[in-house]
Design a protein around this ligand. Structure first.
Ligand code: NAD
Ligand code: ZN
Length: 350
């Protein structure tokens, strides 16, 4: 039986970032050397897009470089930087997209657990309780604010620190922070949520709770993208989708997207869109996705142009390593149904 851990507290509402000061002050308890680590997506560096009245002079602010998705080496480097202070912070805060949230989660875990972060990529490998952590998404879709994983790329694999210790203690959902996201990035990240829901619902690993969450999240996404855009509703849909997928599993699209990302270096949301666009035979909502792309004038480029037979082979192998998602989608006999040739045929279309 699964014992599912959820985020303990969340604020929801425009302007709710203003609550961060009170939360951090409460943790500092008036001590002048009590410091927080605040990881902010580098997009916000020098832009003054939100008030930073929650910061005290002793805090350590890290503008995280999210040009590439977070690597274990980057987490180790940042953790060492925090450790130079000689004492633990009272909180680790992440303000940004899935990449920044995962960096904050991973630092909070690595500050209290020995060794390098690569050691904790996997399931339930974290032993010691982490530093208190707060997540503040500035783009919606990954669901990272509500899940129990911090996805990292290590020297050998892209795999999360999947642990109850990776769950945020506190989340702040403030739609005002989403205003500056460019349309294409907005759609790519939001589609991650759309696809999490679709894969979760059509797989065999789910239960009444994950079905309820995923169905509602998917309905909300359709309303938002084909009806009226509503950033707050999108944050809620992302949170529901995150909880749904965290307690069920992805399916066919994610493994294919990992294959694309590994060889071509594509970002998660974008590679999800490229893959999902070719999966009409498996997912009924691909036609809805195509309507969304049309509405927002997004034309997905062909990414397989110039890809060699050898690279295609690596992509297919990387896709087929994902046993859990693929058996979730196809059942125990998945290897005979989703063959390497079938995978290659799908990839060639992308
Ligand atoms: P991201 O965090 O990688 O950011 C994408 C881009 O958007 C960056 O260039 C960033 O600077 C920019 N950005 C963020 N907020 C902005 C804002 N308000 N205005 C303007 N630009 C802004 O994007 P993402 O899609 O949210 O996250 C992808 C990452 O999340 C991947 O590494 C993926 O593996 C991970 N992920 C994690 C989970 C989880 O449960 N932990 C789930 C799915 C995906
Ligand atoms: Zn995803």
């Amino acid at each position: 039986m699964k014992n599912s851990k959820m985020v303990l507290y969340y604020y929801l509402g425009r302007g709710s970032l203003s609550q961060l000061k009170g939360l951090l002050d409460g943790k500092r308890g008036g001590k002048s050397d009590a410091f927080a680590v605040v990881v902010i997506d580098h997009y916000f560096d020098g832009k003054n897009l939100f008030s930073t009245d929650f910061l005290e002079h002793q805090d350590l602010v890290i503008y995280a470089d999210t040009t590439e998705e977070p690597k274990t080496s980057y987490i180790d480097e940042l953790t060492d930087l925090v450790k130079e202070r000689g004492q633990l912070p009272v909180a680790v805060v992440g303000i940004g997209g899935g990449s920044t949230l995962d960096i904050a989660k991973a630092i909070s875990v690595m500050l209290t657990n020995p060794g390098k972060s690569v050691k904790y990529q996997g399931w339930d490998l974290v032993k010691n309780p982490p530093v208190y952590k707060i997540g503040v998404p500035t783009i919606a879709g990954t669901g990272a604010e509500f899940t129990r994983t911090a996805v990292l790329t290590g020297p050998e694999k892209k795999l999360g620190i999947n642990s109850d210790h990776s769950v945020f203690d506190q989340v702040i959902l403030d739609a005002d922070l989403l205003k500056t996201v460019p349309t294409d990035q907005f759609i790519y990240t939001a589609m991650d949520c759309f696809v999490h829901n679709e894969e979760s619902l059509l797989g065999r690993i789910n239960d009444a709770m994950t079905i309820a969450l995923a169905e509602k999240s998917l309905d909300m996404m359709k309303e938002i993208f084909l009806g009226e855009m509503d950033h707050e509703k999108l944050l809620v849909a992302s949170s529901l989708g995150g909880q749904a997928v965290a307690n069920s599993s992805v399916g066919i699209c994610h493994p294919l997207s990992y294959g694309l990302s590994i060889v071509l270096g594509l970002h998660h949301g974008f590679s999800i869109c490229v893959a999902f666009n070719q999966l009409e035979e498996y997912y009924p909502n691909v036609k809805v996705f195509k309507e969304i792309l049309k509405k927002y004038n997004i034309v997905l480029p062909r990414v397989m142009e110039g890809v060699t037979e050898e690279q295609l082979d690596i992509m297919a192998e990387a896709t087929l390593k994902n046993e859990k998602p693929l058996s979730n989608a196809f059942g125990d006999d998945w290897k005979n149904i989703f063959t390497k040739e079938k995978v290659k045929d799908l990839l060639r279309k992308m």
